[in-house]
Ligand binder design. Structure first.
Ligand SMILES: C[C@H](N)C(=O)N[C@@H](Cc1c[nH]cn1)C(=O)O
Ligand SMILES: [Zn+2]
Ligand SMILES: [Zn+2]
Length: 492
């Protein structure tokens, strides 16, 4: 058990408003500069899905490092090895940025994780504005990465800047882990965490992540995320694409095989048809069921926001449970299939179906991978196709859950109350932060999630945004969180 005693000069002995009000004022007065910095960050096309853009990831990591150094931090770019591309070529992965500031043994040490890579985005995908030019419309800041995750990473840096510029002692020791490969599964970061467990992570008391969104207009604390495995199902047949008029009806078409395989994965209710997949799903407890009742989630508003007529479930609790505490499978695409405008009439020789399976406590990605592969091989065998089938899995991220009674969550609740004047919603998250569970398992340190993104931010979608309100109030939340964390007397 660690005891963190407040130093006598520390601001934690003063009433919270005396400490925080001037800091909040600084944030309000400097908000245009903060938005401008977000504009500069969004302009960097740091899409980790496209290795030809990894130079942009280096660029944004350098910008992050420069900002940290300007505030007195020490930075290191940690090498995380190479990745093999589909053409067999090996390329160096962008490094992970590790940063720390001078340490005071009387203060708790908070390690902040975030990522500065983004999902792909093109104007022609249907964006209303250029995805890489941050555009403010009606109080919303539109741009790829605005909420996922450049805005929140900057908000942490702005929170630190606020203390420093206001000449107030930062009440916690800070460390940063900033990566550029989260959107493709955080390759190499788990190994780095293992390597640095006895050094960089040894004096860390808490790890905090702000890389998800609220579920309503109310602020939230997140206590769980789903895990994920990403699958590639490849079928290869003839040695060339073929004329469908000449060969159609006489050959086993790879596309037909892939569509049959993809079609065998789930039914029209969203139920996953892979045998055994639900076997280890953690049972729903009464205590957990109660948490869902109090959550504010407006089904009609969400339907309007995303433009659907109905959900697969018809009440709030079931929708949220399906998103957060049950597995789901989504089909993402078929590589090699004809997808341009026009009416080309070929039979593609090789196609790759892509899908992912989100996993929940107590599922194990290794078991899921075996179950999925066995299922696909069985279905394929029934097709009696002479084509070649290959199934590959990547990501393999475990789900993560935390205990809401942990002291860092108490500090988070207080910080939310101070900034927003309400109690936070206690939520889980359907998407995946691949490193969350690893951090917890490898370092033994507790992980907490403190989101600042809005429920309608549209991460990964066209017109992703963060509102100016969330970006600025979120910065205040982080300032208040540092303060509340420093007031905790015990780390148990
Ligand atoms: C929640 C986070 N902002 C995010 O978007 N994570 C990605 C991580 C991932 C999973 N598979 C590959 N990358 C996500 O949930 O899709
Ligand atoms: Zn993210
Ligand atoms: Zn993302």
């Amino acid at each position: 058990m660690l005891l963190h005693l407040s130093s006598s000069s520390s601001s934690t002995s003063l009433p919270s408003s005396t400490v925080l009000d001037p800091l909040f004022l600084y944030i309000d007065e400097h908000q245009n500069e903060f938005v401008q910095r977000l504009r500069e960050w969004v302009a960097v096309k740091s899409d980790s899905n496209d290795h030809t853009l990894w130079g942009e990831i280096h660029k944004i990591l350098n910008m992050t490092a420069n900002r940290i150094q300007e505030m007195g931090g020490q930075v290191e770019f940690a090498d995380i090895g190479t990745q093999k591309l589909s053409n067999g070529e090996s390329v160096a992965l962008p490094p992970v940025l590790l940063a720390q500031f001078e340490r005071d043994p009387n203060k708790p040490t908070l390690c902040i994780y975030g990522h500065v890579d983004v999902q792909p985005a093109k104007k022609e995908d249907g964006w209303s504005t250029d995805p890489y030019s941050l555009t403010e419309i009606n109080g919303n800041l539109y741009g790829r990465g605005a909420t996922d995750n450049k805005g929140p990473v900057l908000a942490w840096l702005h929170a630190l800047e606020t203390y420093k510029a206001s000449k107030q002692e930062v009440p916690v020791n800070l460390k940063f882990v900033i990566e550029g490969m989260e959107e493709v599964g955080s390759d190499g970061l788990d190994e780095l965490t293992r390597q640095r467990n006895e050094s960089f992570f040894s004096d860390v008391d808490y790890i905090v992540i702000s890389d998800n969104v609220w579920v309503s207009k109310r602020p939230a604390l997140t206590y769980g995320t789903r895990g994920s495995s990403y699958f590639f199902v490849e079928v290869e047949g003839p040695k060339l694409d073929l004329h469908s008029g000449v060969f159609g009806g006489s050959v086993h078409e790879p596309m037909t095989d892939v569509i049959t395989l993809l079609g065998s994965l789930l039914d029209h209710t969203g139920k996953i048809l892979v045998p055994g997949i639900y076997e280890s799903v953690a049972p729903l407890t009464e205590e957990e069921r109660k948490l869902y009742k109090d959550i504010h989630f407006d089904m009609e508003e969400m339907k309007n926001n995303i433009g659907v007529k109905s959900f697969l479930q018809d009440n709030k609790e079931e929708i949220l449970m399906s998103r957060w505490r049950y597995p789901s499978l989504s089909i993402h695409g078929i590589e090699g299939a004809f997808s341009d405008p026009g009416s080309k009439t070929v039979i593609p020789r090789r196609v790759i179906g892509k899908f992912s399976l989100r996993q929940v406590p107590n599922m194990d990605p290794a078991v899921v991978e075996r179950q999925v592969k066995e299922h696909l091989q069985e279905v394929f065998a029934k097709q009696k196709s002479p084509n070649n089938l290959k199934v590959m899995a990547t990501v393999g991220a475990k789900p993560w859950v935390a205990n809401l009674n942990n002291p860092e969550y108490i500090a988070g609740r207080k910080a939310v109350k101070v900034v927003f004047g309400v109690e936070p919603e206690l939520i889980r998250e359907g998407s995946t932060i691949p490193i969350a569970n690893n951090f917890q398992e490898v370092t033994g340190k507790r992980v907490m999630m403190l989101p600042i993104g809005g429920h309608d931010d549209g991460e990964h979608s066209q017109n992703e945004k963060i509102s100016r309100y969330n970006f600025i109030q979120g910065t205040k939340l982080f300032v208040a969180f540092f303060y509340e964390l420093s007031k905790l007397q015990k780390d148990q």
